[in-house]
Design a protein around this ligand. Structure first.
Ligand SMILES: Nc1ncnc2c1ncn2[C@@H]1O[C@H](COP(=O)(O)OP(=O)(O)OP(=O)(O)O)[C@@H](O)[C@H]1O
Ligand SMILES: Nc1ncnc2c1ncn2[C@@H]1O[C@H](COP(=O)(O)OP(=O)(O)OP(=O)(O)O)[C@@H](O)[C@H]1O
Ligand SMILES: [Mg+2]
Ligand SMILES: [Mg+2]
Lengths: 256, 256
């Protein structure tokens, strides 16, 4: 079971969209996948059609009250894909865990649930909130790698070095092997010189970490969540969906 | 001096872009304006051409070390507009202030700086980070109103009710008069049925709170920060810039 955080403290860069579409594309390829919705906004849950009133046990109950992760895991409408949902309660989790010296280890411990291990998930993706707060640090401590969506816009590059520093801090302070899984260019517009500049800068500075697959800005991608579906199902022959499927293949090729 | 938070916990909805462009448009109309960059990403500072190496005193020093706000205030390249910048240090402010029972009042107290009062600012805009954390609560406690940028996308509507609840909580628990200044539709694409749906839903549910002015998705707006300028200066005759100028006029008309 490989655990991957999808993170970037810059908001609106495509973390949730990437988590949903990559996970669904991998599930379609026969991999068993689990999504942890670690964002109090609960967008990954909604985007998979799991609406707020249906969320009985959530990541809040797991992190704050110690409920087993397996108990909060639900099926989705997609074969091979399960979800642990979130609600806005999660936004108070960092204050509620503040007394616990081992608060950064809570998610890592929860993922060691023996009943969860029996499910034989190939991949666990953690959709992170837009901040480098305790929730995101919990995700990094629990993860093997971090997949970084990078919006092809000016402000997005600015936050990248801080994110890479935080990953290094977690690796060194906890003696873990946390590293970058890959950097994915999102909302890319070929006609826009800013997009081209961001791609050039990213490939120059990050080299092979940047995926060949690039996700174009594509209106079908932003429509899909309103139908509770991933874009790879909602508009499977569209440019956006095909880019995420290409990413899934490139991601799998990189696992060896 | 009226204090306005620009907030929405959903990431990437145009908080920083709205803060910069509305503030600059008001400064051009002769109002004296101050921007507080309360986001550890420091995008408002960068977007105004105030680069990280130049940031001597920041909001971190004000909130955590008690430096006077007037001391951290710098001029910008725009007449009538000043800034209090931020750096990534600010992301540890909530943990560092946790012992202080009155931690939510720190920004409010800092804004009572007598030297700042002599500057006779008409408006103070606080660019908030994408979360409902201690920094954003500090902004709400210090503010008269909250201006809410609403991206014309599906996930953006989902978080709105939570944001309105938080504003109500702050108002009731502190006996303040905090209310919504207005809701601004951003990144609007007339050809996209999702944008039209979000506008219809917003006007039906929020009525007169929604500005007439709508900010279109416009590539010049996203290019402007890479030149350290507001879009209203970088591309002053463009559709995006003109929409922000229209907003400034509508905002002023609403002040009476
Ligand atoms: N390639 C794309 N083309 C067009 N729209 C997109 C694309 N990817 C994401 N979007 C839309 O952009 C918005 C932001 O994406 P998303 O919510 O996935 O970002 P995020 O990083 O998870 O945001 P947050 O920081 O709030 O968690 C959403 O409305 C989404 O539907
Ligand atoms: N009307 C618009 N048209 C096109 N691009 C826009 C528009 N408004 C903002 N942008 C771009 O979209 C991205 C997100 O905007 P911005 O950074 O202002 O949002 P934010 O809410 O402040 O994000 P965060 O949640 O990270 O603080 C930026 O790259 C910005 O340049
Ligand atoms: Mg998200
Ligand atoms: Mg911002």
């Amino acid at each position: 079971m490989k655990i991957i955080s999808v993170a970037n403290q810059k908001g609106g860069v495509g973390k949730t969209t990437t988590t949903i579409n990559l996970a669904v594309a991998l599930a379609d390829l026969g991999k068993k996948v689990l999504i942890l919705d670690l964002d109090p906004q609960g967008n990954a849950s909604t985007g998979l059609g799991h609406l707020a009133p249906d969320r009985k046990l959530t990541l809040y109950d797991v992190l704050v009250d110690g409920e087993p992760l397996s108990k909060a895991t639900v099926m989705t409408q997609v074969n091979n894909l399960c979800l642990v949902p979130s609600t806005t309660d999660l936004s108070s989790a960092d204050i509620e865990m503040i007394e616990d010296k081992a608060r950064v280890m809570r998610l890592k411990k929860a993922l060691q649930d023996p009943i969860l291990a029996k499910e034989n998930f190939d991949y666990v993706f953690i959709d992170c909130p837009p901040s480098l707060s305790l929730l995101t640090v919990n995700a990094f401590v629990a993860s093997d790698t971090v997949l970084v969506p990078l919006q092809s816009e000016f402000f997005a590059l600015e936050g990248l070095s801080q994110l890479l520093l935080t990953i290094k801090d977690v690796r060194e302070s906890l003696g873990s092997t946390l590293r970058v899984e890959g950097v994915l260019l999102t909302m890319f517009d070929r006609r826009n010189k800013l997009s081209q500049q961001v791609e050039k800068d990213a490939r120059e500075n990050l080299g092979g970490l940047v995926y060949e697959a690039i996700i174009p800005r594509n209106v079908r991608i932003s429509e899909a969540p309103s139908y509770g579906q991933a874009a790879v199902h909602y508009d499977q022959y569209g440019k956006g969906a095909r880019a995420y499927v290409a990413l899934a293949h490139e991601f799998l090729a990189g696992q060896n």
